[in-house]
Design a protein around this ligand. Structure first.
Ligand SMILES: O=C(O)CCC(=O)C(=O)O
Ligand SMILES: [Fe+2]
Length: 347
């Protein structure tokens, strides 16, 4: 593989301190970041580092269970919840991400998908507490983006109400495996998370100290397929500042008539000398619209769709890209590639 081209880009850091009295300034900063980079870090958000460390401990507890235990709560594409391993196929790589993940929701999508209290005492409660705290931070961002688009303050909050049955919001625990440092004899590339854009409104990402790998390639600058030939920027974990890395998803891009940019990102397949090869834990909180939310930007650039339709369209798009890629490979090699197993319901 050709060496990755890197470029320094400023990923703005935005403080949510004194939110109520500073909401206009914060809105300006967020809007500017969303228009230009699509990524930003937030600090002074109110979730303590101790809370974040504890949820990472819970995540390790979950992933340390035997596979037979985790397999009791398998991923369901219908409910977009549960555990999966080496299963998320990416159109950008044509391969599965080398990771396991456990997706949690607030409501009935989790029926039968929590491990029982005997197996993981306290896990469900702590996970839900963390998810509610992250939801409250998300709601502050939603107020600002609603203001930026001249909607009422509670416009996005209502469309993402996690107390409703129609909620689709997901908290994804992620665990990437340690990667062999020696080039693999077969030349196999261990993709961690292939380049993609998320298809939610906003993603809030938590990282652990020293566990690098996240890279971005702002959407509007991408000129090659999935940003491969483009210049990437590393977004290192900033645990000192207790930063949460946030990005605009396809939903907010569409809902803003393309004013706010959904941005390509990836967790790089470690392959170059300074890459991080060790295991990586991260947590992504995807603000998904309620199934019956009505989605249309102020300029009505795109036809009105419901949250359910938007998610379905995003999945179809993703799936079609994979199908097209496989078809091309099939034509090139005149032999069928390994069959596609699952397409995760997330970007
Ligand atoms: O693990 C990470 O840092 C990024 C994960 C991600 O982009 C995703 O799951 O959509
Ligand atoms: Fe992502």
């Amino acid at each position: 593989m050709a060496p990755t081209k890197y470029v320094d880009r400023v990923v703005p850091t935005i403080s949510l301190r004194d939110f109520n009295s500073r909401v206009d300034d914060i809105t300006r900063e967020l809007v500017n970041a969303a228009e230009n980079v699509g990524f930003f870090c937030i600090v002074d958000h109110g979730i303590s580092r101790a809370t974040i460390d504890r949820i990472f401990d819970q995540s390790a507890r979950f992933f340390n269970q035997d596979e037979s235990v985790k397999a009791r709560v398998p991923f369901s594409a219908k409910y977009n919840a549960g555990w999966e391993k080496n299963a998320q196929l990416r159109p950008s790589t044509g391969a599965v991400d080398r990771k396991e993940s456990y997706q949690m929701q607030f409501g009935s999508g989790m029926d039968g998908r929590w491990l029982d209290e005997d197996t993981l005492p306290g896990f469900q409660q702590e996970a839900l507490d963390f998810m509610h705290q992250t939801q409250r931070v998300s709601e502050k961002l939603m107020i600002c983006f609603a203001r930026g688009l001249n909607f009422d303050d509670d416009y996005f909050i209502n469309a993402h109400d996690v107390s409703r049955q129609e909620s689709q919001t997901v908290c994804r625990l992620l665990h990437y495996f340690e990667t062999p440092q020696q080039p693999n004899p077969t030349g196999e590339v261990f993709h961690r998370a292939g380049a993609h854009a998320d298809w939610d409104l906003l993603t809030l990402l938590f990282q652990k100290a020293g566990q690098s790998g996240l890279e971005i390639c702002p959407g509007r600058e991408v000129s090659t397929s999935f940003g491969y030939g483009d210049s990437w920027t590393k977004v290192e974990p900033d645990v000192e500042k207790n930063a949460i890395v946030c990005n605009v998803g396809d939903l907010l891009m569409s809902w803003s008539d393309d004013r706010f940019k959904s941005t390509f990102h990836r967790v790089k397949a470690p392959s170059e000398p300074h890459d991080y090869y060790g295991e990586r834990y991260s947590i992504a909180f995807f603000n998904q619209p309620c199934r019956d939310a009505k989605i249309q930007g102020p300029l009505k650039k795109y036809p009105l769709v419901t949250g359910e339709e938007f998610t379905r369209n995003a999945m179809t798009r993703n799936y079609k890209a994979i199908q097209d890629k496989l078809q091309k490979e099939e034509e090139q090699h005149a032999s069928a590639p390994e069959s596609v197993r699952t397409v995760s319901a997330q970007a």
